[in-house]
Design a protein around this ligand. Structure first.
Ligand SMILES: NC(=O)c1ccc[n+]([C@@H]2O[C@H](COP(=O)([O-])OP(=O)(O)OC[C@H]3O[C@@H](n4cnc5c(N)ncnc54)[C@H](O)[C@@H]3O)[C@@H](O)[C@H]2O)c1
Length: 447
């Protein structure tokens, strides 16, 4: 067994701590791990020790699940020692859920409000899970690294180019400080994707010519305006529909599929052009985002990605990635490869597992920390986020957008550092009819 290879570590999922330590190495005082005869220095927070204290920032659906998945890991003790959210009721719901499943491992230290993340970072947590709407991610990530915490952060990692650059800089700082950074692009931790993309990188379909990626679905939750809410409170609650919070659904959801194609292509595209709009998204709580985008991305060497995402009920639904090459075709999400005549030439034997990556990414992260390894997924996650943002720039503006212009853009959708109270002004305001500004291709500035 090679503990450096994450797939070799899969058996630890069911193993006791004792067998984990026996299989992967001996823990020494001071967090040093001796593994396979090799001394690996523990990081600043001595994760050779048993207990890893986790703090959660953003106690909604995904954050609560991520904390649950962290608590499900093996190889040593994990506790959730702090919960932070703008809304106290969400903390209570998360606490009840986590405590119900992991009673005794969840402490009720609660931090409420827009500065809650700062208070949590001042506590002695070792690792923070950042699962707020992505508009706050660059600020929270930067401050978490400044505070010396390991980070698991949800995708996307930003909503605009200044945010992406801030995340890239904080990721470098994490590397310098020996802090782990993992990002919730969980397909990277699913064996079927790992096997399939390794085959593609080995030339199974020759040179990629073009790829297709889809997140076509009916849409997501809406949280209607409630009486007595401030404008900022309403926008943070109904965050999906505001660009400064979600970056539009091309960024918030479709980033998963775009990221897979970047992984296949071993890099980000160099330019994008596309079209999109709002065909059915017209009700009072639908904020600013489009309900469909279709983007053509061009990669170095000429390969293209045709990317579609749609939030319209009653239409064809598909969430998947495909790539076509000089020697064959691959349905990546089905983990199947075909030759040019359509014959199946390879299929992953790994268990079908949509959603399994959510647990596996935590197994991988905690196993890495306990082995003294420091994963850092910042760069590809930031580039995939920037690719999605470049796609939005293309559909909002209706022009060809080059990577260098996109990533160097100074358009900042909101200055979240200055938000401390729900009474603060919101970054966008409705007109007299309660409508928000929506991009008009050909007329809007590129955002
Ligand atoms: N990897 C995946 O497959 C996956 C799946 C779902 C969601 N996500 C990501 O997880 C993140 C959260 O999504 P969700 O579905 O849990 O949303 P959610 O609305 O259920 O939860 C967000 C939580 O963050 C809180 N919050 C908002 N602003 C905050 C701030 N400034 N400080 C502290 N708390 C704040 C909200 O009150 C809420 O409790 C998003 O980035 C989303 O894209 C990832």
């Amino acid at each position: 067994m090679n503990p450096q290879n994450k797939n070799d570590r899969l058996p630890i999922m069911g193993a006791s701590r004792r067998s984990f330590i026996k299989d992967t190495g001996r823990l020494l005082a001071g967090g040093t791990i001796v593994s396979g005869g090799l001394a690996i220095p523990g990081n600043a927070h001595a994760h050779g020790s048993d207990l890893i204290k986790v703090g959660l920032v953003g106690c909604g659906g995904r954050g609560t699940s991520a904390a649950d998945q962290a608590l499900n890991t093996f190889g040593g003790e994990v506790r959730v020692t702090g919960l932070a959210d703008v809304f106290e009721s969400n903390i209570q719901t998360a606490f009840r859920s986590l405590n119900g499943k992991h009673g005794g491992k969840v402490e009720s230290n609660r931090f409420v409000g827009l500065d809650a993340y700062r208070e949590l970072l001042e506590s002695d947590v070792d690792l923070v899970i950042l699962a707020t709407p992505p508009g706050f991610r660059p600020l929270h990530f930067e401050k978490a690294i400044e505070a010396g915490k390991h980070v698991f952060m949800e995708k996307p990692v930003a909503v605009d180019a200044p945010g992406v650059r801030r995340v890239l800089a904080a990721g470098k700082e994490a590397e310098r400080k020996g802090l782990a950074v993992q990002v919730g692009l969980q397909r990277h931790h699913e064996l079927r994707y790992q096997e399939c993309i390794a085959k593609l990188h080995d030339g199974a379909i020759g040179e990629p010519i073009y790829a297709r990626a889809y997140w076509n679905a009916a849409g997501v939750f809406t949280r209607p305006r409630r009486k007595g809410q401030t404008e900022l409170e309403y926008q943070i609650s109904n965050w999906y529909y505001f660009n400064w919070l979600s970056g539009d659904h091309i960024n918030e959801q479709h980033v998963h599929n775009i990221d897979v194609i970047n992984w296949v292509m071993k890099g980000h595209p160099l330019e994008a052009q596309g079209q999109g709009g709002r065909q059915v998204r017209k009700d009072a709580n639908s904020g600013q985002i489009f309900d469909h985008h279709m983007v053509e991305f061009a990669y170095d060497g000429g390969a293209r990605l045709l990317s579609q995402c749609r939030h319209i009920p009653g239409c064809w639904t598909e969430v998947a990635e495909h790539v076509h090459g000089t020697k064959g075709y691959c349905n990546i999400s089905a983990a199947k490869i075909f030759d040019l005549c359509g014959n199946l030439v390879w299929e992953s034997k790994a268990a079908e597992g949509s959603g399994k990556g959510w647990q596996q990414e935590h197994h991988d992260m905690f196993a890495s920390l306990r082995c003294g390894e420091i994963p850092n997924e910042t760069e590809y996650a930031a580039h995939s986020t920037m690719t999605a943002i470049m796609g939005r720039m293309a559909t909002y503006g209706g022009k060809v957008v080059k990577w260098e212009d996109a990533i160097n853009s100074d358009v900042l959708l909101a200055y979240t550092d200055a938000m401390h109270s729900l009474d603060d002004p919101a970054p966008v305001a409705p007109n007299e009819y309660g409508e928000y500004e929506v991009a008009v291709p050909g007329k809007s500035k590129v955002v």
